[in-house]
Design a protein around this ligand. Structure first.
Ligand code: NAX
Length: 326
């Protein structure tokens, strides 16, 4: 057996947390030989609920779960951690404007970035899920100057999984026959699910789909609106699928993606002509705990317009929290 890995989950008393913790503790994230210690962070008012979750985790008698720490203090939550999944965020309340939401979350993620900077392991891997995820990741990274930017990422994997499932269903293929599908940009309706380079059952996806109008009129808008469709149907936002995507993202990062392309939002390095200073969803492969961008993909005029829209939106989000970035 290996030494245990410490995994922090923020917003652990929320609905994504509830769908995530039991899977981490059962080995779905790091495999059947890796013991884990869970560090659960939430607001003081949620500590009672966290205690209940800890009881349920105990009651599962998971062989891999060595300890559960519950706390409302980020310094306790992030001490010596190997992985952090930052889910907790302030939801948009009635009458709240987008800039107010950005500011409220900016404060949360600045505080958490400072705490990560102070007490997390220097090779910590941080995934931001709480919305607006890309900009929250930027804030946390900026508040943690002693950690490498490569420690930080934001989640666009749910969008990739949604796109992959939709393309597979459209072509009547099992979902695992779809590869090299990319989601670019922001986790917001400006995202660009892109199957121009994908293969489905060994065939180029654009050839298998045939009809380009399906891409532009059905596929892209349906993937972009999927979160809203789930809320309308369920009365609650995506939780189990979001938790599943967080596990997929982290598992690939830690254990490798075995050559598969996966989409992650990373600090832009200027590749594909995307401005630096924002977190942008790009295709990557993971190996040995490292993330490597897939380079050299062709960006045609349609793709360029989509990337530009996402970049413009992310730069606007950045401008709204600029005062917190210095
Ligand atoms: P819930 O409202 O069920 O849970 C959020 C939890 O976070 C609550 O327990 C709350 O007390 C806690 N919290 C709030 N502020 C905190 C702070 N400063 N420190 C620690 N905990 C704090 O929301 P849930 O459905 O779990 O969603 C969580 C976040 O994920 C939201 O921001 C949501 O928008 C975002 N999502 C992001 C997705 C993505 O693909 N990036 C998809 C799913 C989801 O919509």
């Amino acid at each position: 057996m290996h030494a245990p890995k410490r995994i922090a989950v923020t917003g652990a008393a929320g609905q994504i947390g509830y769908a995530l913790l039991f899977r981490i503790a059962s080995g779905d994230l790091l495999g059947p030989d890796q013991p884990v210690i869970l560090h659960l962070l939430d607001l003081p008012r949620a500590l009672g609920a966290l205690n209940g979750i800890r009881m349920e985790l105990d009651d599962c008698a998971f062989p891999l779960l060595q300890q559960v720490v519950i706390t409302d203090d980020p310094l306790t939550a992030f001490r010596d951690i190997d992985l952090a999944i930052l889910v907790g965020a302030q939801p948009r309340s009635k009458g709240m404007e987008r800039k107010d939401l950005l500011a409220a979350n900016a404060n949360i993620f600045a505080e958490q970035g400072r705490a990560l900077n102070a007490v997390a392991r220097r090779d910590v891997k941080v995934l931001v899920v709480g919305n607006p995820a890309n900009t929250n990741a930027l804030i946390a990274m900026t508040a943690a100057p002693d950690l490498a930017p490569s420690c930080f990422s934001a989640m666009i994997r749910l969008d990739q999984n949604r796109a992959q499932a939709m393309l597979a269903q459209h072509l009547h293929q099992p979902v695992d026959r779809v590869s090299q599908l990319v989601v670019w940009g922001n986790h917001s309706p400006t995202m660009y699910p892109d199957y121009r380079h994908a293969e489905v059952d060994g065939r180029p996806a654009p050839l298998a789909v045939g009809d380009e109008s399906w891409n532009q009129e059905v596929f892209i808008p349906t993937v972009a609106q999927r979160g809203t469709a789930v809320i309308e149907a369920r009365g609650l936002s995506s939780a189990a699928s979001a938790a599943n995507a967080a596990l997929d993202h982290m598992r690939d990062w830690v254990c490798g993606s075995a050559g598969r392309w996966v989409s992650m939002a990373l600090p832009s390095d200027g590749s594909y002509g995307i401005a630096t200073g924002i977190f942008f969803g790009v295709p990557v492969v993971c190996h040995g705990g490292q993330i490597e961008r897939v380079a050299g993909l062709d960006i045609n005029a349609f793709a360029r317009e989509k990337l530009q829209r996402a970049e413009d939106e992310l730069r606007q989000e950045r401008a709204a929290v600029e005062h917190l970035l210095h």
